[in-house]
Write a protein that binds this ligand. Structure first.
Ligand code: UDP
Length: 374
């Protein structure tokens, strides 16, 4: 297939502003290339692709980044900045759509979802968050009612947030596990990684680290600096070690040094990339039993779970996770979250989208369809 992947309007790939979507995009593009597809990537100016995505065409657009919708009120109207990147990305996607058999949208935005029935080339969406606002809930429900095959979700817990008429398509996520080194010998150190923003619940991890008197290394983009300062002031000095935002090749080396990774989302985390990245390094995870991490962490096998928002239970879970076999975490990541398996699932989904659009007489699929082009 010729696949146009439209990435996030939150910022360039590699900046961290797009959160987990950035790594998901790169893994997906590399995996689809490996399976012999032709891939075009539409992204914000300043984006970089790693060598594994070298076979893809990169199309860049400028414009003001989209504000994050998870930081608005649930009933807020949608915002698009003047000179916004989001409409520029989609103007380009529409004007180049004849060059693709299928368009895959990775951004959690109203505009591409609304466009679904109006585009000639079939348009599919990998939804990257749970429910964060009414306008997005409504447009996702609308697509689900009219063209359910166009939507895929990372986990069952995430999909359960939305009004869907049929069982959702779940694709999990995948990682280039060769990039993550297994570390059998941790230090006396807890870890936490992610965007530093209130929905990620860093304050709970900090409180648990303070209680257990084990320092907590924190990696990630300070998306909300005032929140980061507040968390710092909530625990004794020295509890938190701020390590900044690192590219994957450095992050994995650092993650492997941790005895346990704490994952403390306050929202219905769609997947939780960092949970699997830690496991790939052999690091067990102590997490709240909520959202994606609640599905990824297997009690006693890959870490330990605590009732959501219960810090005392999380401290106990951290102690249990300290006893988990590190090699078992790596094995679980290899079995369930490899890039190859993820790309195969995405390929199967997009082929269905293309075939169905062809049967309905839509777009480039009508001229060929998967069978003819392959
Ligand atoms: N991350 C990174 N460098 C860091 C900290 C985090 O590249 O120093 C990346 C990490 O690899 C992961 C993403 O940030 O892909 C966070 O994704 P996650 O799914 O955990 O949460 P999201 O930000 O999507 O809510």
């Amino acid at each position: 297939m010729r696949i146009l992947v439209v990435t996030t309007p939150m910022g360039p790939l590699g900046s961290g502003a797009g959160g987990g979507v950035e790594l998901t995009a790169l893994s997906l593009v590399a995996g689809l290339l490996q399976r012999g597809h032709q891939v075009m990537v539409l992204a914000a100016e300043g984006s970089r692709l790693p060598a594994s995505c070298g076979g893809a065409e990169l199309w860049l657009e400028r414009g003001e980044a989209q504000p994050s919708c998870q930081h608005q009120e649930r009933h807020s109207p949608l915002l698009i900045p003047a000179d916004g990147l989001l409409p520029r990305l989609w103007r380009r996607a529409l004007s180049e759509q004849h060059r693709a058999d299928v368009i895959l949208n990775l951004a959690y935005d109203w505009l591409p979802l609304w466009l679904t029935p109006h585009v000639t080339t079939p348009l599919a969406h990998l939804i990257s968050m749970g429910s964060v606002g009414e306008a997005m809930d409504a447009v996702i429900a609308e697509v689900a009612a009219r063209q359910p095959g166009r939507l895929a979700f990372h986990t069952a817990a995430q999909a359960a947030d939305f009004s869907l008429p049929a069982a959702p398509r779940l694709v999990g996520n995948g990682f280039d596990l060769d990039q993550y080194g297994f570390n059998p010998q941790p230090e006396r150190l807890l870890g936490w990684a992610g965007r530093i923003a209130p929905e990620k619940g860093l304050e709970d991890a900090a409180a648990v680290a303070a209680q257990l008197q084990i320092p907590l290394a924190v990696w990630g983009l300070p998306q909300d600096p005032a929140y980061a300062r507040w968390v710092e002031s909530s625990v004794p000095p020295g509890t938190l070690q701020w390590r900044g935002f690192l590219p994957t090749e450095q992050l994995q080396r650092e993650l492997g040094r941790c005895a346990v990774l704490l994952n403390t989302p306050k929202w219905n985390e769609a997947f939780g990339n960092v949970v699997v990245e830690a496991m790939a390094c052999g690091v067990p995870v102590a997490a709240y039993a909520r959202g994606g991490p609640g599905e990824l962490v297997q009690e006693g096998l890959t870490g330990a779970l605590a009732a959501a928002d219960d810090r005392a239970a999380l401290a106990l879970a951290t102690e249990r996770a300290l006893g988990v076999e590190r090699a078992a975490c790596r094995r679980w990541a290899e079995r369930h979250c490899s890039r190859a398996v993820f790309a195969e699932r995405i390929e199967g989904w997009l082929e269905e989208v293309w075939r169905e659009a062809g049967l309905q007489g839509g777009g480039a699929a009508a001229e060929g369809g998967p069978a003819r082009r392959r």
